[in-house]
Design a protein around this ligand. Structure first.
Ligand code: PMP
Ligand code: GLU
Length: 397
């Protein structure tokens, strides 16, 4: 009875694990959650107030499908100020989160038989969105030694006449890795020789902790500007995951096509959320700095502690709020409860049931041998969770 379309995809593993951990907590179990990819901080007060004011002043009706002009203007101003990218409000489509923005783009561009290049590890939703559109995902494998970043030669090797799209994500979920300007220029030289479109998922662009700079592919040349759809949103940067505001900026014909799809599916994102997002982009950015200061402390502690666990290796992620340690040294080992660990799913399942620590298996991101831990949770929780992880790992035989 169910469509083939839905039978071809899986539930989002990140959301599933977050939900399982929440249910266990409700049942009174003392679960430590490293699953959720969302800031633990609350939305800043001035942004919440803007949402409340919008509701109280009667901004409760449908808005234009693409979003109120004030928000699209705020996004255009932001992209110009932040990255020197010049878009008109009509080049921007506001959607119900960046996830929705990407899905609209995939639906607007991909048809059955089209190939979409996705570097792995990838964010879980990309391949399933491509599958829903009837396209074929073509993965490029990367590993720790190459910093989980694809090379121009790897990209060139997978391009075919059916290549329609490339989905790039920097800073990356799940690895936190960031492409440098030089690396992007080298990839850009390959991309410029084709007519593929690039979805540049820049949702973690404000979550960078050291000297690395965020560079958007769209800034590198007029041609790359035309080939790139920049996707971003306020979920991560402004602790607004529940408000559901993301956006895409790019070539007018693609943006309008995606808007047509949105006009028949969700219509506009929630009006109050849009007004809160205007304040997020135009108002004070002071909280952002505070959040980043906290994230960097947690990252440093988490990486150091993971590296102290025998057999575990972990790169220091320069951005986002995840670590992606290699735990493959424990494959083939047996847990105290008698489970043999064959892969990252076994590892995470046993870790959750036996030690009450929730992590996401690397296979969900297309890279076996790793797990993802989010450090968007308090230092006290991180300390307790890592202690449990360490004790449990040391008990494997
Ligand atoms: N892209 C990446 C890489 C993400 O990690 C997320 C977070 N879920 C999103 C897009 C979507 O974010 P949202 O829909 O909350 O804006
Ligand atoms: N992006 C977050 C994560 O990867 C949120 C969950 C999701 O939307 O998949 O955990």
């Amino acid at each position: 009875m169910l469509s083939q379309r839905v039978q071809n995809i899986e539930d989002s593993i990140t959301l599933t694990i977050t939900a399982i951990a929440a249910t266990m907590k409700k049942e009174g179990k003392d679960v430590i959650g490293f699953g959720a990819g969302e800031p633990d901080f609350d939305t800043p007060e001035h942004i919440k107030s803007a949402g409340i004011t919008a509701i109280q002043s009667g901004k409760n009706k449908y808005t234009p499908t693409a979003g109120v002009i004030e928000l699209r203007q705020a996004i255009a101003d932001y992209l110009l100020r932040d990255q020197g990218l010049a878009y008109a409000p009509s080049d921007i489509l506001v959607s119900c989160g960046a996830k929705h923005s990407i899905y609209n783009m995939v639906l607007a561009l991909v048809e059955p038989g089209d190939e979409v290049i996705i570097p792995a590890p990838y964010w879980v939703s990309y391949p399933d969105q491509v599958t829903l559109a009837g396209g074929t995902s073509v993965f490029i494998e990367t590993n720790e030694a190459q910093g989980f970043k694809i090379t121009p030669a790897q990209l060139e090797a997978v391009i075919t006449p059916r290549t329609k799209l490339l989905i790039l994500n920097s800073p990356s979920n799940p690895t936190g890795m960031i492409y440098t300007r030089a690396e992007l220029e080298a990839l850009g030289a390959v991309i410029s020789k084709t007519d593929m479109v690039v979805i540049s998922d820049e949702i973690y662009e404000k979550l960078i902790y050291g000297a690395d700079e965020h560079v958007s592919l769209a800034t590198l040349s007029p041609q790359l500007f035309n080939q790139t759809i920049v996707v971003n949103g306020v979920s991560k940067s402004h602790a607004m995951t529940g408000w559901r505001i993301g956006y895409a900026a790019g070539r007018k014909d693609i943006i309008q096509a995606a808007g047509k799809i949105q006009s028949h599916s969700t219509s506009n994102p929630a009006a109050a959320s849009q007004w809160a997002a205007v304040e997020a982009l135009n108002g004070s950015q002071a909280e952002l700095e505070m959040m980043n200061k906290e994230f960097v402390k947690r990252r440093d502690f988490m990486v150091k502690t993971l590296m102290e666990i025998k057999g575990v290796t972990c790169l220091t992620p320069p951005g986002a709020f995840y670590t992606f340690p290699n735990i493959s040294a424990y494959f083939g080992k047996t847990t105290p409860a008698g489970t043999t660990i064959h892969n990252s799913v076994d590892f995470c399942n046993a870790l959750l049931t036996e030690a009450l620590v929730a992590c996401v298996p690397g296979s969900g991101f297309g890279t076996e041998g790793h797990i993802r831990l989010s450090y968007a949770t308090s230092m006290a929780v991180i300390e307790k969770g890592l202690e449990r992880l360490k004790t449990w790992v040391n008990s494997l035989t």
